[in-house]
Design a protein around this ligand. Structure first.
Ligand code: NAD
Length: 500
């Protein structure tokens, strides 16, 4: 059986812990590889390689770093299909979806190819007599990233391109369920000329994560995953004196106003709720139709569309939805459907009976629809992370806003309406980090930043884009006097630069 190794100091090295995790093909349920789960000692080796590479890389002119990243971007584009296939095999998502994921990842590399421009500081002349001030943004040191299974190529690229462009070195700990896409990216990084030790990858589980969180030479930790782990990562990293950003789970609501274009709203909901089998942190999991008429029409239109979803393996390009990532996750999603019925929601479409001929051991489930979902139900409160759409009916716009505000997650949300006043008010008032107006999954492009509010993000910075340049650098402000020969005398009063 194939064993997936670590990538440390520019070389693939086998895990020495003797512990392994299985990697499955979710469409067949078969184990296709095993991944070495690194010990704390091996994580230490990766951090040491990153620390040793730091002076050379941080000292390289940003223009040169940008040019190397440009070569990396081209290689990633050349291998987009190879990376997408690895994602499909280990995650199970559809090929076109995986291609889109890789494209959105590459955009983050593209953004930081212009790193000299992004690192430009502020300059003020004559802040005092013959005194000027300017700012520098300098790297933090060794940075670490811990990523989830659901975007195995893109989410790591939310982190390491910005981190290394800013002059840091990096250790990535990808999801142990689907590490191959990132392993290929490491190979391409080496081919692009990213020096040994600048970008490292350690596979592993909690032991490897804890080693990164507590290692004295790790300056900053970025995390994307579920909220309980995000909370733990943020607290532990901070307790060890590190900069931390930890993005967590989500429950994203889409409000459908009575004046919405229903055709567009239904199309949008189908993709946003069932694309990637609902395993997206920006998936819409609750539809909020405003008014009974809207709710009835939405329900009437959704039922046949959900029943007609083409579910099957990624190898058939006609399929729209693949399997869930693992047998455990399939059981969890099935459990939520059972719980929703017990809690009194109406299961209008039940995806549990789905069979995919020839793939009986794959982790498939059809799309499901619940109506009359209420806030006291676990299917409203919890992130199910599967193809289960809930409808929560509300009487008016105010009730829709109140429902969204009642949730502890606040990653993304959307409103479908033709009314500009309503749309603007929604964008202004809603307490959610990313808002779509007639756009169901408002994932910001690479030159904006991505981040939720409340329990969907712990930390002061959003991820990738302009915020990432601030996150991955330390601000230094220099105040200088030239020429030195200017006589100013001793100043004992505060603010004593001369002429306040
Ligand atoms: P997860 O939290 O189980 O795992 C994420 C990472 O944390 C993995 O690398 C895993 O090895 C590590 N990990 C797991 N348990 C740990 C522990 N006890 N201690 C230390 N490390 C641990 O998440 P997942 O199942 O891989 O991904 C799905 C979750 O990620 C969903 O909740 C989804 O909403 C979230 N997600 C959020 C965003 C966002 O931008 N907010 C994006 C993608 C995914």
């Amino acid at each position: 059986m194939k064993t997936l190794d670590n990538f440390i100091n520019g070389r693939f090295v086998a895990s020495t812990s003797g512990r392994f995790g299985p990697v499955f093909d979710p469409a067949s349920g078969e184990q296709t590889a095993q991944v070495g789960l690194s010990s704390a000692a091996q994580v230490g080796e990766a951090v040491e390689a990153a620390r040793a590479a730091l002076p050379g890389w941080a000292g390289m002119r940003p223009l040169k770093r940008g040019r190397i990243l440009e070569r990396f971007r081209i290689l990633l584009e050349d291998h987009q299909e190879d990376i997408a296939r690895l994602i499909c095999r280990e995650h199970g998502k559809m090929f076109d979806d995986a291609m889109g994921e890789v494209a959105r990842g590459i955009e983050n590399v593209e953004y930081v190819c212009g790193i000299p421009e992004l690192l430009k500081g502020d300059y003020s002349r004559e802040v005092g007599p013959h005194i000027d001030s300017y700012t520098l943004r300098q790297p933090l040191g060794v940075c670490a990233g811990i990523t989830p299974f659901n975007f195995p190529a893109m989410v790591p690229m939310w982190m390491y391109p910005s981190a290394i462009a800013c002059g840091n070195t990096f250790v990535l700990k990808p999801s142990e369920r689907d590490p191959s896409a990132s392993l290929l990216a490491m190979e391409l990084a080496r081919e692009a000329g990213i020096p040994d030790g600048v970008l490292n990858l350690v596979n592993g589980d909690k032991e490897a994560v804890d080693a990164l969180l507590t290692h004295p030479d790790v300056a900053a930790v970025s995390f994307v995953g579920s909220t309980p782990i995000a909370r733990y990562i943020y607290a532990t990293a901070a307790a060890h004196g590190k900069r931390a950003q930890a993005l967590g789970g989500a429950k994203n609501h889409m409000v459908i106003m009575p004046d919405a274009d229903m055709d567009k709203a239904v199309d949008a909901l189908m993709g946003a709720a069932f694309g990637s089998a609902g395993e997206r942190c920006m998936a819409i999991s609750i539809a909020v139709p405003v008014g009974e008429g809207t709710a009835e029409e939405l329900r009437r239109r959704l039922i046949p569309r959900i029943k007609a979803l083409k579910v099957g393996p990624w190898t058939d390009r006609n399929n729209e939805m693949g399997p869930l990532v693992s047998a455990q996750h399939l059981e969890r999603v099935r459990g939520y459907i059972a719980r929703g019925i017990e809690e009194g929601a109406e299961l209008v479409v039940d995806g549990r009976g789905l069979k995919v001929p020839g793939h009986e051991s794959g982790y498939f489930i059809g799309g499901s629809l619940f109506d009359h979902v209420e806030p006291e139900m676990s299917i409203w409160q919890d992130e199910i992370f599967g193809p289960v759409l809930g409808m929560a009916r509300v009487a008016d716009f105010e009730a829709a806003v109140a429902l969204i505000h009642a949730h502890s997650f606040a990653n993304g949300t959307a409103i479908f309406t033709r009314d500009g006043d309503t749309a603007r008010e929604f964008a202004d008032r809603i307490e959610v980090g990313m808002v779509g107006i007639n756009v169901p999954i408002p994932v910001p492009v690479a030159f904006h930043s991505f981040g939720g509010w409340k329990d969907s993000l712990f930390g002061a910075h959003a991820i990738y884009g302009p915020d990432s340049i601030h996150y991955y650098t330390r601000l230094k402000t220099v105040t200088e006097r030239w020429p030195t020969g200017i006589r100013s005398g001793a100043a004992f009063n505060f603010g004593g630069t001369g002429d306040h």
